[in-house]
Ligand binder design. Structure first.
Ligand SMILES: [Cu+2]
Length: 280
């Protein structure tokens, strides 16, 4: 109690959340529930183990008239128990992990919109389609969901901002021109690898308007730690206005800007292109 009394409000909030961010996506609660119940399972196991340890320490403590007992001895029921119990625990954890993962990576047939994401060393490009979406786009080669895109991209000096409308199921098609990256927003409690040569897909429904941060979760080179982006979840009308602003600024393309000849390796923030660490 004394230790807890020293906590700030922010700390207490963190403790109540078991160190998880507040859930800002429809997928987040699944991850959070798994996390929470894993803690409960670990605590129950811990209490039983601590109980047995203290029981053994007290019950079998040394007494003045003790003879040293035999130091090796079989106990078949005990050995069966401590083999089966961990196996059962793994089975339960595995079952719930798969159940939650299926929910979090589920792809529905007609997402409300699709964003083509490119992760490259060491920044992100976000392509938002404008106009009507064709259903079931794979994001491979020419099979994109829209005929025209607006995009925003980070560079060596500035991290990009991913603007998303609230309460829309958004499919992210993830592309990499160089090495494996990992696209994730902590507040959404979902992340996925970005792998060169294939298009990974992830659907997220942001549920709370606000400012968040996202990052690359895969060590991808010298400036991996700077591969950050901002996330802004806004109302549909603000989102439409944002797309119009990008179009007005000339940030348009017929197809998503995905790398290949469009991708240039970015230097880290605050470094100039000619400095070391830029590998074309
Ligand atoms: Cu990366």
């Amino acid at each position: 109690m004394l230790v807890l009394a020293g906590c700030s409000d922010a700390d207490e909030h963190q403790i109540r959340n078991l160190a998880m961010p507040d859930r800002a996506s429809a997928q987040g609660p699944y991850t959070y529930e798994l996390w929470k119940w894993a803690w409960v399972a670990a605590m129950v196991t811990g209490v039983i183990v601590w109980g047995l340890i203290f029981y053994a320490v007290v019950r079998f403590r040394r007494r003045s008239d003790d003879e040293v007992p035999r130091q090796t001895r079989y106990n078949l029921p005990l050995e069966v128990f401590y083999t089966i119990a961990p196996v059962l625990m793994c089975v339960v954890f595995f079952f719930h992990t798969v159940r939650v993962q299926d929910e979090v990576v589920k792809l529905e047939d007609n997402p409300d919109m699709t964003v083509e994401v490119m992760g490259q060393q060491w920044t992100w490009t976000f392509n938002h389609g404008i106009g009507e979406q064709n259903a079931a786009a794979t994001g491979e080669d020419d099979d994109f969901a829209y005929g025209e895109y607006v995009y925003t991209s980070g560079d060596g000096n500035e991290i990009p901002t991913l603007v998303l409308p609230v309460d829309q199921r958004i499919q992210f098609n993830l592309h990499s021109p160089d090495v494996i990256h990992d696209f994730g927003v902590p507040a959404f409690l979902v992340k996925m690898d970005v792998i060169p040569g294939r298009v990974n897909k992830l659907q997220i429904t942001p549920t709370v308007e606000g400012d968040y941060v996202g990052k690359c979760y895969e060590l991808c080179g010298v400036y991996h730690s700077r591969m950050l982006f901002n996330v802004k979840v806004v109302s549909q009308s603000e989102y439409d206005a944002y797309l119009a602003d990008l179009a007005e600024a000339g940030q348009t393309a017929d197809a998503p800007v995905l790398g290949g000849s469009n991708a240039t390796t970015q230097t880290g923030l605050g470094e100039s292109q000619s400095q070391e660490g830029s590998q074309e």
